[in-house]
Write a protein that binds this ligand. Structure first.
Ligand SMILES: Nc1ncnc2c1ncn2[C@@H]1O[C@H](COP(=O)(O)OP(=O)(O)OP(=O)(O)O)[C@@H](O)[C@H]1O
Length: 520
C-alpha cells in the first residue's frame, strides 16, 4: 500500500485541497470519542469558528502506510451525500518527523497523523439515551427510526453495506437530525455479483444470525437486522440481544426468534456452521409474546426486521412504508425535539466511571470511619425488594414534549452496565401463541444449548479467550445485559397509544410518496 504524505493522499478523486491543510487550522476543544480506529475530538476551525469533529486515524499498527479501513471510509463517504449520512468535509494532516534524518530512520515512511474532518453532531444515540432520566417519546422514536431507515435505504440503493449499525454510530444533532456515521467497516456490494465477504463484522449484539452462522455471501439484510435490534432497544429501554460471545448471541437470537430450519429459512442448513450451532430441539418464535405490550404496528415492524431468513427480512424501503410510520402518533418534526446538552457514549461512560470511583472512595472512607450502627445489615421493610435486573426499563412516553423526565430513572439503552442476565431472561411461558405462526418457529419446547461443539475455527481468527467480550467492532460490547423484564413487568395500558388514525400527512415527509427526499 502506498505511504500517505501530506497533500498526497491517494483517495480517488478527492478534492484537490484534501490533505493539503494542517490540523493546526483547528483548535481541539475536547475528546468526544475513542474508537478502535482512532480518537475523535470536538474542534473549532480557527478561521471560521465553525465547530467540527476531528477523527484521528490511528497509524500505530500501520506498517503498510494508510490503513485500509480509513481508505474505505473516505472513499465511501465521498460517494454518499445525504442528509442522513455524516458529511466528511476534508482530510487534514499533522506534521511528521521534522528532519530528513528522522525520516530516513523511519524508512522514509510518513509518521505524522491524519484526521478526517466531519460536521459536528451533538450526540450519539447511545450517549443520548444513556442520560439519566431521559425518556424518548413515541413520536421521537418514530422520527429517529424514520431517519435511520431513510439514510440506510440511501446507502443500500447506492450499493453500500454499513456493517456496523449500532447506537454509538448513529449521530444526532440538536436540530433532531440523525445521521449514520462510522463507515470504517462499510463495503460496496453489487446486486448481480455476490462475492465472498467477511462474516466478522457488526458489533456482536447487532449481528444477524446469518453472519453468526458463517455466511460469507450476504447483502443489505445484515444492516436491517441491526436496525431491528436498535428498534427493539428503543422501545424496550435496553438492549434486547446481549450475548457475551458468538454462541451465546446465537442462542439468545434463537430463544427470541425461534430456531431456524428449512421451513422458516430455506437453505439455512447449507450455511457453513449451521450444524455446529443448530439447537438440539426446536425453539418457538416468541417475539410477539415477549413484546406483547408494544404497539401493534411497532410489533409488526419489529417482527419483520428480526426475521431469521435474510431473504424474507424487511428492506429499509419497505420498512419506511410500514403502517407504524403512517399512523398516530406520527413521527415528529426533528426540529420540534428538545435540545439536550451534548452527550456522546465516550463522555457518558467516563462520567459513570467517575461516579463509580467516587462511590468507592466514599465507601472506603465509611469503612475507615464507621458510624456506630453501620455494621448492621440494612433494615428490610415488608414488601421492599431489591431493584431487580428484570425491573421494567423506561418506556417511551406518548407525547412529544416531555422527553426529559425529572425522575431518577435509568435508561439502559445501549451498553448496559449491570451484571449478565440471569436465567430468567424470558418470562414464564404464558399467553402463548399470541399471533404466533407455528410454521415459523418449530415445536413448543424451548431448550438452551447447541447441538454442536465449540465455535468453529475453520476460516476464522482464533476465538475469544475466556468468554470475554470480543474486541473491536466485530466484537461485543464490554458489558452484558438481557431483556431484564418479563411481560408482566410491562405496564398493561397501551402506552404507545392507539394506532387508530388513518394514514395521514407526516410531519417529516409530507406524504408517503415524497418521504425519502432524494432520487434514485
Ligand atoms: N461527526 C461527529 N460528531 C460528533 N461526534 C462524533 C462524530 N463522529 C464520531 N463521533 C463520536 O465519536 C465516537 C467514535 O466515532 P467512530 O465510531 O467514527 O470511531 P471508531 O473508531 O470507528 O469507533 P468504533 O470502534 O466504536 O466503531 C462516536 O460514537 C461519537 O460519539
Amino acid at each position: 500500500m502506498a505511504v500517505a504524505a501530506p497533500g498526497q493522499l491517494n483517495i480517488e478523486e478527492s478534492p484537490p485541497s484534501w490533505g493539503s491543510r494542517s490540523v493546526d487550522c483547528f483548535e481541539k476543544l475536547e475528546q468526544i470519542g475513542e474508537g478502535t480506529y482512532g480518537q475523535v475530538f470536538m474542534a473549532r476551525e480557527i478561521s471560521s469558528s465553525e465547530i467540527v469533529a476531528l477523527k484521528k486515524i490511528r497509524m500505530d499498527n500501520e506498517k503498510e502506510g494508510f490503513p485500509i479501513t480509513a481508505i474505505r471510509e473516505i472513499k465511501i463517504l465521498k460517494k454518499l451525500q445525504h442528509e442522513n449520512v455524516i458529511k466528511l468535509k476534508e482530510i487534514v494532516t499533522s506534521p511528521g518527523p521534522e528532519t530528513v534524518e528522522q525520516k530516513k530512520a523511519d524508512g522514509n515512511k510518513y509518521k505524522g497523523s491524519i484526521y478526517m474532518v466531519f460536521e459536528y453532531m451533538d450526540h450519539d444515540l447511545t450517549g443520548l439515551a444513556d442520560r439519566p432520566g431521559l425518556r424518548f417519546t413515541i413520536p421521537q422514536i418514530k422520527c429517529y427510526m424514520k431517519q435511520l431507515l431513510t439514510g440506510l435505504h440511501y446507502c443500500h440503493v447506492n450499493q453500500v453495506l454499513h456493517r456496523d449499525i449500532k447506537g454509538s454510530n448513529l449521530l444526532i444533532d440538536n436540530e433532531g437530525r440523525l445521521k449514520l456515521a462510522d463507515f470504517g467497516l462499510a463495503r460496496s456490494f453489487s446486486n448481480d455479483h455476490v462475492g465472498n465477504l467477511t462474516n466478522r463484522v457488526i458489533t456482536l449484539w447487532y449481528r444477524p444470525p446469518e453472519l453468526l452462522l458463517g455466511a460469507t455471501k450476504y447483502g443489505p439484510a445484515v444492516d436491517m437486522w441491526s436496525v431491528g435490534c436498535i428498534f427493539g432497544e428503543l422501545l424496550f429501554g435496553k438492549a434486547i440481544l446481549t450475548g457475551k460471545n458468538e454462541p451465546e448471541q446465537l442462542n439468545k437470537i434463537f430463544e427470541l426468534c425461534g430456531s431456524p430450519d428449512e421451513v422458516n429459512w430455506p437453505g439455512v442448513s447449507k450455511i457453513p456452521w449451521y450444524n455446529n450451532f443448530k439447537p438440539t430441539r426446536p425453539m418457538k418464535r416468541r417475539i410477539r409474546e415477549v413484546f406483547r405490550n408494544f404497539d401493534r404496528h411497532a410489533l409488526d415492524l419489529l417482527d419483520k426486521m428480526l426475521t431469521l431468513d435474510p431473504a424474507q427480512r424487511i428492506s429499509a424501503k419497505d420498512a419506511l412504508d410500514a403502517e407504524y410510520f403512517w399512523t398516530d402518533p406520527l413521527p415528529c418534526d426533528p426540529r420540534s425535539l428538545p435540545k439536550y446538552e451534548s452527550s456522546h457514549e465516550f463522555q457518558t461512560k467516563k462520567k459513570r466511571q467517575q461516579l463509580r470511583q467516587n462511590e468507592e472512595a466514599a465507601k472506603r472512607q465509611k469503612l475507615a470511619h464507621p458510624l456506630p450502627n453501620s455494621r448492621l445489615p440494612p433494615i428490610q421493610h415488608p414488601g421492599q425488594s431489591h431493584p431487580s435486573q428484570w425491573s421494567a426499563p423506561n418506556h417511551p412516553v406518548n407525547h412529544s414534549q416531555s422527553a426529559m423526565s425529572s425522575g431518577p430513572g435509568h435508561h439502559h439503552y445501549g451498553k448496559p452496565r449491570g451484571p449478565p442476565g440471569g436465567p430468567n431472561r424470558y418470562p414464564p411461558a404464558g399467553n402463548q401463541g399470541v399471533n404466533y405462526n407455528p410454521n415459523r418457529g418449530g415445536g413448543a419446547t424451548q431448550v438452551r444449548g447447541y447441538a454442536g461443539g465449540p465455535y468453529p475455527t475453520q476460516g476464522r481468527p482464533p476465538s475469544y479467550g475466556g468468554g470475554s467480550m470480543p474486541p473491536g467492532p466485530a466484537g461485543g460490547p464490554g458489558a452484558t445485559g438481557g431483556y431484564g423484564v418479563g411481560p408482566s413487568n410491562f405496564p398493561q395500558s397501551n402506552q404507545y397509544g392507539g394506532s387508530t388514525s388513518n394514514r395521514s400527512l407526516n410531519q417529516m415527509g409530507n406524504n408517503r410518496n415524497q418521504q425519502y427526499g432524494w432520487q434514485q
